[in-house]
Structure formats: structure tokens, C-alpha cells
Design a binder for this molecule. Sequence first.
Ligand SMILES: Cc1cc2nc3c(=O)[nH]c(=O)nc-3n(C[C@H](O)[C@H](O)[C@H](O)COP(=O)(O)OP(=O)(O)OC[C@H]3O[C@@H](n4cnc5c(N)ncnc54)[C@H](O)[C@@H]3O)c2cc1C
Length: 1002
Amino acid sequence: MSNHYAITMPQLSDTMTEGVLVTWEKQAGDKVERGDIVATVETDKAIMDVEVFKAGYLAGPLAEIGATVPVSGALGYITDTAGDVAIAAGEVVAEQAQTEMIPHHAGTPIVMPQLSDTMHEGVVVTWEKQPGDVIKRGDIVATVETDKAIMDVEVFQEGFLSGPIADVGSVVEVGHPMGFIVSDASKVNDTGVTLGADHKVSDTHKVAPHAADRPAHIPTPKASPSQISATGNMPPVPRPEGRQASPYARKVAAQLGVNLVGLAGTGPSGVIVAADVARARPSMQQVAHSLPQVDVPGQGRAMSSMEKAVSHAMTASLTLPTFNVTVNINTAALTAAAKAKKVSVTVAIAKACSVAMAKFPRMNWAYQPVDKLVERANHDFGVAVMSNDGGLVVPILHGIEKKPLDALQSDWTGLVERARVRKLAPSEYANPTFTISNMGMLGVSHFTAIPTPGISAILAISANGPQGTPFTITGDHRVLNGADVALYLVALKQTIEAPEAWLNTEGGAVAASVAAPATTSAPAVSPIPEGNWDFPVVVVGGGPGGEDCARDLADHGIKVMMVNNEPFPGGECLWRGCIPSKAWRAAADVIRNRPHDAEMGVDGTNTPKLNWAQAEKHRRWVQSSRGEMALKADKGMKIDVREGYGEFVDAHTLKITPVEGEPYQLTFGAAVIATGAPAFVPPIPGARENLATGGVVTSDTIWNLANPPKKLGIIGGGVIGVEMAQIFRDFGTEVLMLERNERILAEIEDEIGKVLIASLEKEITVVTGADIKEVSGKPGAMKLRYANKEGAESTFECEIILVAAGKRPDTSRLGLDKVNVELDGAAIKVNTRGQTSAPHIYAVGDVIGGYMLAHTAATQGRVAADNMLGHASEYDQDKDCGVTFSRPQAGFVGLSVAQAKAKGIDAVEAKMPMSIDAKAMITGETEGMIKLVADKATGRIIGVHYLADHTDTLIGIGVMMVAGEMTLTQVAKAIFPHPTQTELFGELARRLLNRLRRTAKK
Ligand SMILES: Cc1cc2nc3c(=O)[nH]c(=O)nc-3n(C[C@H](O)[C@H](O)[C@H](O)COP(=O)(O)OP(=O)(O)OC[C@H]3O[C@@H](n4cnc5c(N)ncnc54)[C@H](O)[C@@H]3O)c2cc1C
């Protein structure tokens, strides 16, 4: 008796349950050898060969061509008896013939994946592998441009890349091969083809294969199916009665909601294949192309995939009967609340749209052909984002209705990053339920947006105008009527204008985790109170804070008076701070740098000599020129600048005591206090007493030295003390610095601070933990008596003593009690908008404490002005920065790892020593480092820290990265010029990214 073996339908993937027989490659009765291909079958992935591993004779009954055979079902048989064309009914089948699916003809096709319902072709953007290259499971072999994004093509098949491969730029239909994978290096086909926009081959050529370079013994990987497949997990629709339909076609039918009954099949023997299903519903492209076309003169170029998709979708939208409804909404409260919660306004608006939609679920539905409504409860909103190449991409925030704001923000951050480079996954842009387009940020006063099939409403947000921000919804009248949209917009207006009603309750945990502390939570915007005032706004103090505030107000047409008790504006920064100290530093830099000229081969410059009189002349020239320029500019802008001392008399009255003449009063609507903070002299015996003689000086009074002292005692090791210590050291002064605490430069990032201190201690004497007992003597012969931390007393004899023990606001004479402005210690208490406890009175700059820096004061001044102009604006300390003009210069932007961790951010950092930088080596400026701090969750750069020469220039890059919320990926991809120290930023970003990638794998 002969043995029979069944040839069964192999299972190629977990999802495969059946296959359709496409061809028989052998006839019944034919002799079959091991490894022969006997048939081809169509699965839900591709057409594959059926290879048998049993010798014998093919015998029937054979499955009919076009028949759908379940996995493990018999396709035919192999018998060991020649001449048997079919086994007889009821004969025993001893066992299964071992079968395996192998790629059909050229190998397993790498097909153009269908990444969205609207996609029907894609363009090959790159090949990441070449013919002959070894391919492993999960390898990215190519990237393709779809109508929405640039996508990686990942394969799950091992083998070797083989041709014909579609050249870069080829347009390949969905489901069609763009290349192949073969299991044996010797079978690699090394041809390339160019496919034109009509999907036809326009060129064939040889592609240099890599196979020749490969070792002879290449293991032959076991073939496994490619897993490039249709999207979605819907079960396939049932097979129509008496008809054959391929499994893939049934799956696609389920996705598209197509009824297979009555559908013509174009597959073998009339089998319904996926293409037939797709044809059952006209695609957007078909709709677009079926309209009458108007002739347009000129030489047109082919549209890119993305341009085509937009064109098709927009034309297909003509099938929607639409109407528009607009409402003006005041977004200030939501904007402020979003900032306080550290989420983007976009995310907050999307959430507000979802909250308002709870009562109007129809807004989230869609019309489905024919005459059906898809009632959706999931709020998956598409939000338009501009991609880096200028196109609009619409990533989807999923599950808005159930996610708390912080989770949405974290989703959004990643989406935006990928959207900008058009690297969204299909699930991230396909099938939104509602869409938001915010062109307000581009300044447009009004626009409408176009909904496309699949949604019933799109929201267009324009720029803030006198009536508020126009929110316009364009709705599909088949789903929504005018009243639906009008009522929804009114609900949305209420939701956005009173965010506290839902922001603090939504998601529970959100409210607890990101709610701002009481002192910084911002009340509603308080524009300038109306009244018959002498001035709508008065500004007290003409330093960087007051001056920038007054200028911004004047720029917006507000009548503003600025009183300053000095002849020229500029404040401490210009007259006693930043500017004079940096003028000295500039001279000191020249002296310090010259001895290094010799290293670079320049002799004769190593004995520079300070010309004090000229240095002082230069410094004073800079100061007086800038003071005059500032006053001229202020007056030119129509700021009423007055010299005098201002103090409050009541809530809307200011008294000014001029230098000459009688005090007078004027009334105001709103006021800004920008009075700064003078140097603080601690109660050390003899310190305050010697201020008058000039034996003790502060940063306020050091500017009248006849000559640099030969010996200088400095009390205080903060930034000002250290800057002064190094300046005078470079001028030739012997410096002793005494610090009460265990460490000087306490405010500087830990590692940067330690390295700088080590450097500093080589130049000057620093005593920490010092107990200063007494200051005595007279100018030129001062004595500084102190004990070190062991208690051993010493006396330092010097010409003068600089007290640099910090700055402290002095508001004792401002009359704050008359206006109910509260203090927090010595500083004025404000919220992040700069509002004091009296909402119409703002305070900015050094007088409110925090970072006492000129640009901080100026920023806060502009924030206050913005709020008085009716815009909710806030000062964000987490994006502030500063430079210590030491040598090398220290600098910070944003947060250190320690600061970030204290805020609950999972932060990571990478650092690079300046010593590895080419330019730094060339110029001999190798001391120090740069550090990049990033938020691990989002990849956003949240801090940059410096110890380097030229930090004052390099810091601008860090400022832009942190202010612009750039990600490591963006910086890693940015091109920095060589040889410059800026290259380190790219290196740092790449290093940190790699580290995150490595640790993520573990
Ligand atoms: C030595 C030194 C170096 C510095 N270096 C830097 C640096 O490199 N970078 C940096 O960013 N910052 C630096 N600063 C800090 C910087 O000077 C201050 O942070 C900045 O000037 C603060 O600006 P402000 O507007 O708050 O106050 P101020 O600049 O102090 O201005 C306040 C003004 O108000 C006037 N005023 C006070 N009370 C009244 C009143 N009742 N009526 C009318 N007018 C009044 C004052 O006379 C003054 O003109 C330095 C400071 C010092 C001391």
C-alpha cells in the first residue's frame, strides 16, 4: 500500500487563519522533489510560494484555484506511487508533507505599507540597506514618504536585501513591492528600477551589490513572513455566500465598512481582492479626479505625495455641506492657568474643547456613507502643527476626554517633535474625531478651516483682537445644525473663560501635582484701572526693570511717567553694576590674556601695564554715553521722565520729592515699583561705621578709587565678590576673601562652582567658614580681624575693604503701607505676573528678590507692562539665565539637575570638557566644561551650564534651546560650524541621546 502525505495550508503569521490558492505550479501526477514549489497562495500579507519537503508525486484532489483553504487544511497530496493522479476518497493519509512558505519568485516582497486609509501610494525616500546587505528582524530597510509623514519601513524577515529595488524617488502603489528579501546571498538580484508617478518602470539598471564582499560561509536564515500589513485590528467581515474573497479583502472591507455582497471580484476565478473593496468606495483621490478639470496654462510640476493628499482631501471635502459659526472668547484666564500648570495653551484649549463637548457629543460624530452616523465617544482631536518644511501636519491627541492635562502635555510634546520632522506613526495622524487649527499665533484676524470626510467639525482659532479671540467652527450640516454648533461654542466660551471650574478638578492628580503655589497663582488680568488720572501708569525707579516696563507701555500708546532719583536712567546696572564692572573686567582680561600669547608663538606682549586713569576714563565714557542715549530714547518715546524720589500717599497718589524744588503729588491708575536693591552691609563691628570714611566700600561706592589698592579685603564670596576679586587680582592687587559659609559661590551649579573655586584659589586667598570679628582703621590702612573655622584669629592689613555680602531691597520709605503692598522678608511679594497684593500695583526687578540680574529685571518689567495691556504674561524663572564674569566665565540657563529633580522632573545631564574642543585648544582656552540638562521623559533641554571662556557669547545658544523648548534630537541634528566651540552642543545632545537610548534598552 502506498503512503500519502497531505500538503497543507501553512500558517505564516499569528493573524493568518486561511489563504487563497492562486496557482498550482505542478500538475497532479507530476514528480515532486524536496524543495519543489508546488503552488502559490495569497495570504493577508502577500503572495507566497508553497514549498514541500517530501519527494513523491503530486496527487489530487487538489484545491481549486481561488479556493479559500483554512490553515492546516489540505491543498493536495503527495503520494509515493507514480501514476496516481488522485488519492481515492477514504484513503488513509499517513502524515503531513512538510511545507513551508517561501517568497514568491524574487523573494519576500517588501511592500509599500498602507499607513492610513487615505494612502494609496508612497514615495521611496531612502534605502537604509543595499542589495546584498544582511537583513535582520526589525531592521529599518527604507523610509517612504506617505501623504502624511515620512515613515520607516521595518521588516520582520531575515535574509538579504535583493532587487529589483525601487529607486529613491520612485512612486510605489500600496501593497506593491519596493524590494525583496531573499534567504540566500547567492540569490541576490542587483537591479534597481525607477517607478514613475504612473507606477510604471521608467528605468532599470544595476545596483552595485555588497554580496561580493561577504564571507563565503553565510548562514542561511530561516524564512519567516514579512509582517507588513493592513492597519487596524478589526475582525474580517464574513465571506459572502457562494463567493470567494481573500482574507485581506475581508479585512479591508471591515475597515472601510464595505458590503461584499454584489461586489465584482477581479482576482483569480473572480475572487474578491482588496483592490476590489477599495474601489467600492471612491477614494478622496478618485473624487478629486472625477470632478471636471479646468485647463490652466503653464508648465506644471508633479505634486509631492503630501501636496496631492491635501489637494485630494480638500476637493473631497466639497462633498460636505458646511456652514460657519464664530464666537469671540477671552483666552487670558486659560492662558494664565495653562502657564501656571506648565502645559501648552494648545493642550489646554484641546482639553477645554473636550470638556465642553461632554454636553454636545454630536460635535464628535461623523457622517458615514451611505446615510449613517458614526457616534464616537473617544475624543481624539487632530491639532494642526507646522512641520519644519513648511507643510501642515495634524497629529492626534488621543483620549483627551479621559486623560489629565499633564499626561496630554507629555503626549503632545512627543507628537509635536515628531510632527515637525514628519515622523508620525500612522496611528498618530489617522482618524481624528475633531480638528483644531490655531493660526492665531500667526497673527491672522479671522479665518475658517475645512473639515474633510471623517469629521463633522473643525475649529479655527484666530489672533486675539479687541473683542477677544475669534473661535470659528465649520460644521458638516449632515451631522450638525447651526444651533448645535452655536450652543457648543457658547459652552466652549464658558469653559475657556472660567478654567478654574474644571482645570483643578479634572484628573484629580493633575490638580495636586501641578497646581501652582498660592503666592504664584495668578488672578485674572487686571488692566489699567480707568479714571481721570494724571497718568494711567507711573513707574518708580529707572533701572532696567522700570525702564523696560515704561518703554513697552509707551510703545503701546500708554501715557507713562517714570520717576528716578538719579539724573540718568540705567539704575545700578549702568552706574554701579553690570556696565562699570565689565569695563574693568575688559581691561583685566587684556592683562590676563597677554602672557598666553607666547604659547601661540607671539612674543613681546607679555608685560602689559594698567593705565588706571585711561581705564577709568574709558569706563566713564561708556557709562555716560549709554546714560545719555537711554534718556534720549526714553524721552523720544514720550515717556515723562522725572528726577526725584517717589513714595505712595494712597492707592492712586504718588508723591515726588525732586532734587530741587518742592515735593508734589500726582495721581495714577496703575503703578510699577522698580526701585532695586542696594548693597547690604551686615552688622560687623566697624563695617557700617567705616562706610563714611571710604575705608569700607560696597558695590555702590567702589567707583571712586584713585588707584587700585595694593591689598584688598573682600567680605563675601558671592558672584559680585568673586568678579571683583579676580578683576583686582589681574590689576595686581593681593586679595583676601572671607566667606561666612562653607562654600563660596553658593548660587552656582555644584560641579561648575567647585571647579571654578579650585581655579580661583590658585589666584587669591579664600577663607571659608570665617568669623569676621572687626573692621577698623582708616582708608589706606584698614584692618580686617577674623577667625578661621578652627577658631584661629588673624588680621589682614589692607588699603580698603569691599563688603560684598549681597543686596537687599530697602522699601522703608516707599509708603507701601498706604497702598497695602505686602512684603516677603525684605522683598515685595508678587505673583508670576509681577502683581503685588494690591492688584493695580506691580513690582519688578531686584526689589522683588529672586535672581537679582539686569535682564531678569527687564523681563519682569515687560511682563508687568504686558499684563497692564491686558495680556496674561508671566515671568518664568525656569527659563532665566545668568553669567558670572569670572575667568573662566560661569553661566547658567534654566535648571540644574538638582533643581529639576526638586521640581519632580526626571532630569539627566551630559557634560563635555572644553579641553576636547578644537577651537578651545587652538586658543588655549581649555579650562571648564559645558553641561546639557534634559527632561528624560520628553527629551526637552531644560538647562545648560557653563564654565568656559566666552560663556557670555556661548550662552545665547543655551538660552535659545531652553526658551525654544528644543529637544535633544533637534540639537543633535543641528549643524554647528567647525571649528567653533558651538560644536560641543551638538556633541552633547548626541551623547545624551545615545545614553538615553542605551539605558532605555536595558
Ligand atoms: C557690581 C555689580 C555687578 C553686576 N553685574 C551684573 C551683570 O553682569 N549682569 C546682570 O544681569 N546683572 C548684574 N548686576 C545686577 C544688576 O545691576 C541689577 O540686577 C539690576 O540693575 C536691577 O535692576 P532694577 O531695575 O531692579 O533696579 P536698579 O538697577 O537698582 O534700578 C533702580 C533705580 O531706582 C531708583 N530708585 C530707587 N528708589 C527710588 C524711589 N523711591 N524713587 C525714585 N527712584 C528710585 C534707583 O536710584 C535706581 O536708579 C550687577 C550688580 C552689581 C552691584
